[in-house]
Design a protein around this ligand. Structure first.
Ligand SMILES: Cc1cc2nc3c(=O)[nH]c(=O)nc-3n(C[C@H](O)[C@H](O)[C@H](O)COP(=O)(O)OP(=O)(O)OC[C@H]3O[C@@H](n4cnc5c(N)ncnc54)[C@H](O)[C@@H]3O)c2cc1C
Length: 596
């Protein structure tokens, strides 16, 4: 069922030639020992795990799905998942970027990020079991009490236990302020939590011996709305003082959802019936604490989109070179065969280039953000930490929404390369399209990400974070503006930078008069800013590729072709999106709802 080969060459290009991670990491005391060889070796080993262990389970896991036993409330994952998870734990992969104090290997997030791209290419549904655990680890690491950390972090680090995030309830998804689950203090520092959660990924499964649920609920004296939500740690099995497993906590899976994709991941309805939990962070400040998890998860969802884009591209490329249909318009290219391979046709190339460009642009962008995150957490200079934090905050909604939107297009184009064979299950392409679709929805829909970008991250701080990013773009434009060979990349980058500045001011002014203008502009606005970010990274990559195009390594020739395709065929979307964003709210909101 197809193939997956880790894109190590492109990863190395991004990490070493574009981002110079080795010298960047040397400035962070925690990572000064890390060199390019270590990074390459770890990624090579990680790539093997993804290709050889979890990729072969991707299609079978999709066909089989998870099984729920209503009497025992247990969930069995598809054949092979549990064994692959055991292998993953034994190899130490869950601990890669975790804190050595809790048994972690202390490697940088930028490496973990590349690992997650490969895991998601291998098998997104499987990867969600360890992926959510990592988010739970980060949340507890930042907000847990010393006791909670001592008891739970080592097991999350090793992967012996997994984690979940329990936010959504039947009546509230986006609007968590409406959630109803209740937490009653027991007077001994614990709480009894009661409520119904839905759509909980990896809520119940057979891969790990315990599951640590991070649950949002309300205390009895909680204020209404989102300011009255607290966060609780609720283990499936209570944990005794000596670390052994105690009684089964009443948090049970009532059912698993039948869904469009990611069938190998259990999406659970979880019922809490007086389940014992402990508070994480401050009372009523649960959403703040949960935001650590949610931000980690948003970056993680971006990697899901990227992983699917890459694996769909790889397979479509193989097919396009093999499948023969029709002749090239300019005459036969394979005269010895009854027809030409479809890769000769211009539009098949457009589809392949689309996926290739979204994969390579996304890889550069995600790796950069992961490196900024390492600097935010570890740089000795406080101002650098703050600048990096601002940049990560600005770019996180773009990672989540832009990459997953593009992955939806890319997987669909790759399916199209197969013609009718893409639509039937046998070749595996329709699974990538189905799996890719959820990434636009969970962790805050892509609309919510757009509102977060335009409303909170940009307008609420009067554009300060965007200006800081814009200054980097401007510096690059000035540095390379006189280089004639770079003008085909610098001109569109500089033009888009100016347009984003004007567009942001225009929407900001209109929003003063009418807040609905933000909602009406947000989605196309995010795509415009997404293109600004990609143009910036593609222009930087072009500079490297131009300098090395005569080196004899055809990698740089292919890189330049991809970048030229991006500016010629994907970037022009910005013109349409700018018109849409400027068109205002009246074309959406003037019609009364009952006249639709
Ligand atoms: C497979 C799967 C796995 C999931 N895993 C988890 C998990 O592990 N943990 C968890 O807690 N949840 C999980 N979820 C839930 C997921 O995060 C929610 O479905 C998502 O946040 C959207 O909430 P909703 O489904 O209630 O949609 P709603 O909030 O009802 O939104 C419906 C539509 O209205 C739009 N909308 C809402 N408000 C606005 C607004 N202000 N402006 C513009 N548009 C708006 C939304 O964008 C959306 O298009 C999962 C969901 C699925 C399907």
């Amino acid at each position: 069922m197809g193939q997956y080969v880790a894109p190590l060459r492109d990863m190395q290009f991004v990490l070493h030639e574009l981002l110079a991670v080795e010298s960047e990491l040397k400035q962070l005391p925690a990572y000064e020992e890390i060199d390019a060889d270590i990074i390459n070796q770890v990624l090579e080993e990680g790539g093997k795990f993804c290709s050889e262990v979890i990729f072969p389970l991707n299609h079978s896991g999709d066909r089989e799905g998870c099984h729920h036993d209503k009497t025992t409330h247990t969930v069995t994952t598809p054949k092979g998942f549990k064994e692959a998870y055991k292998q993953y734990v034994e190899a130490g992969w869950p601990a890669l970027s975790c804190d050595p104090e809790y048994g972690g290997q202390g490697l940088p997030l930028v490496m973990n990020n590349s690992m997650y791209e490969m895991l998601n290419s291998g098998n997104q549904a499987w990867t969600m079991y360890p992926g959510l655990s990592h988010g739970a680890y980060e949340c507890l690491h930042e907000h847990g009490t010393p006791e909670q950390k001592a008891q739970f972090l080592p097991k999350l680090t090793s992967g012996e236990w997994t984690g979940t995030m329990c936010l959504t309830e039947p009546h509230c998804g986006t609007d968590l302020g409406m959630l109803r689950s209740k937490a009653e203090p027991q007077g001994d520092g614990t709480y009894k939590i009661t409520g119904a959660k839905i759509f909980i990924s990896a809520g119940e499964h057979d891969c790990a011996e315990n599951i640590i649920h991070l649950v949002l609920a309300r205390l009895p004296d909680a204020p209404e709305g989102s300011k009255g939500i607290s966060l609780f740690l609720v283990p499936k099995f209570l944990v005794n003082a000596d670390g052994s497993l105690g009684a089964r906590n009443p948090i049970f899976c009532g059912a698993i959802e039948e869904k469009m994709g990611i069938h190998g991941n259990s999406t659970c309805q979880m019922n809490l019936d007086g389940a014992i939990g402990t508070l994480i962070g401050q009372p009523h400040k649960g959403l703040n604490a949960m935001f650590v998890f949610m931000n980690a998860a948003r970056l993680g969802v971006g990697m899901q989109g990227l992983g699917l884009t890459e694996v769909a591209y790889q397979n479509a490329l193989i097919y396009a070179k093999d499948r023969i249909q029709m002749r090239s318009l300019s005459g036969p290219k394979a005269p010895d065969k009854p027809a030409d391979p479809i890769i000769v046709h211009a539009d098949v190339r457009r589809m392949l280039f689309t996926a290739k460009a979204w994969a390579e642009g996304g890889r550069a962008f995600c790796s950069y953000v992961a490196l900024q995150l390492d600097k935010e957490l570890n740089h000795p200079d406080e101002q650098v930490r703050k600048d990096c934090a601002d940049e990560v905050a600005l770019l996180t909604p773009i990672i989540k929404a832009f990459i997953t939107d593009n992955a939806w297009t890319a997987t669909s184009e790759c399916l199209q390369v197969y013609g009718g064979h893409g639509y039937i299950a046998e070749w595996g392409m329709e699974q990538y399209v189905r799996d890719a679709r959820i990434n636009l929805i969970y962790e805050g829909t892509n609309t919510v990400q757009s509102l977060d970008l335009l409303g909170r991250k940009i307008l609420q701080d009067n554009g300060a974070k965007l200006r800081k990013f814009g200054a980097k773009v401007q510096a690059f434009v000035e540095e390379n503006g006189t280089d004639e060979a770079m003008s085909e990349f610098i001109t569109p980058l500089a033009e888009l930078g100016d347009k984003v500045t004007k567009l942001t001011m225009e929407i900001g002014m209109k929003a003063f008069q009418n807040p609905d203008e933000v909602g009406a502009a947000a989605v196309p606005y995010l795509r415009v800013v997404g293109h600004l970010v990609y143009s910036y990274f593609f222009a930087q990559m072009a500079k490297i590729a131009l300098a090395k195009q005569d080196s004899g390594d055809t990698f740089y020739k292919a890189k330049l072709a991809t970048i030229r395709f991006y500016f010629a065929r994907l970037y022009p979307e910005t013109a349409m999106c700018i018109r849409q964003a400027r068109s205002g709210s009246a074309n959406l909101l003037s019609l009364e709802a009952d006249l639709f």
